[in-house]
Design a protein around this ligand. Structure first.
Ligand code: G
Ligand code: G
Ligand code: MN
Ligand code: NA
Length: 253
């Protein structure tokens, strides 16, 4: 209850901010995008990670409000960087609960249009669990977003329960391989086999693959050999605040 009260106040007082984790293309070696990740700077307590408040906001029905703020804020940031000559794809996480709003595609399109961002510079990250709700409605909403020009990524791939056949009915541009498969890629044969199968499936389907949670050069080399498109993780950088990101790009390579 205390947490709920604090969250209501946090939304009113805008105690949230975004950090951005770079994504590197393995062929060019360039930073090509970032993923926006939410943080809560709770007065007197400090920074709270999203897994401690996103599920509560979903329960409270407040994720829609915060979700709109995240979409607007991330798109504005993408435009601000581009004006400084730093052109990066911006990935924005969407909660499955946000898809309970039937006007979500129209709203996202309007909010992002208002910022002046080019739609193809924006990637919307959905999770596998979205596929379990009402697939037909969800697919329709994703199709309309994709027709507007937004890119669609499926996050945390491989740890949910949906069948491959099911997921492939989703209109997708990008598949993010969950970090549980990356962790032991240089040790376990099975993780390596899973990643190999996913990257080759994606190559066949024309999808981009982003490997998450890459922490070592050896993992990077393996992923490169297996044909992954991009990597994200502590090897490149932890998530950074916007001014840090600009500095990071300036210092990169
Ligand atoms: O940044 P961190 O690794 O602590 O994020 C943990 C999880 O919280 C992420 O994997 C993601 O699923 C979720 N998350 C982070 N930022 C957002 C956001 O802006 N919106 C939503 N819906 N989820 C987020
Ligand atoms: O959206 P998603 O749940 O995938 O968010 C990614 C989360 O993983 C973020 O909270 C981020 O802080 C965390 N993370 C990012 N890179 C690494 C990494 O290299 N290793 C580990 N263990 N966690 C990471
Ligand atoms: Mn994500
Ligand atoms: Na993820």
């Amino acid at each position: 209850l205390m947490l709920e009260m604090a969250l209501r106040k946090a939304i009113e007082q805008e105690e949230f901010y975004l950090v951005y984790q770079p994504q590197v293309n393995l062929t060019s070696g360039d930073v090509v995008g970032v993923e926006a990740l939410i943080r809560w700077r709770r007065p007197d307590i400090g920074v709270v990670p999203p897994d401690q408040f996103i599920p509560v906001l979903e329960e409270m029905g407040l994720i829609q409000q915060l979700g709109d703020w995240i979409v607007q804020h991330a798109a504005k940031q993408q435009v601000a960087w581009k004006k400084k000559g730093v052109s990066l794809r911006m990935a924005i996480n969407l909660s499955p609960v946000q898809f309970e709003q039937m006007d979500l595609p129209d709203k996202i399109t309007r909010l992002i249009a208002e910022t002046g961002a080019k739609f193809s510079d924006i990637e919307l990250e959905i999770t596998e669990s979205l596929a379990m709700h009402s697939p037909e409605t969800t697919i329709r909403m994703l199709k309309s977003l994709r027709e507007e020009g937004f890119k669609i990524a499926i996050d945390d791939f491989g740890i949910g329960f949906s069948s491959l056949e099911y997921l492939l009915r989703f209109p997708l541009d990008t598949l993010k391989i969950d970090r549980v498969f990356i962790k032991d890629i240089t040790r376990g044969r099975s993780d390596c086999a899973i990643v190999r199968a996913l990257t080759s499936l994606c190559q066949g389907l024309g999808l981009t693959t982003i490997a998450e949670g890459v922490e070592t050069q050896r993992q990077r080399d393996y992923l490169d050999a297996l044909g992954a498109t991009e990597i994200q993780g502590y090897l490149i950088s932890k998530p950074l605040e916007s001014n840090e990101l600009i500095q990071f790009i300036a210092d990169f390579k």
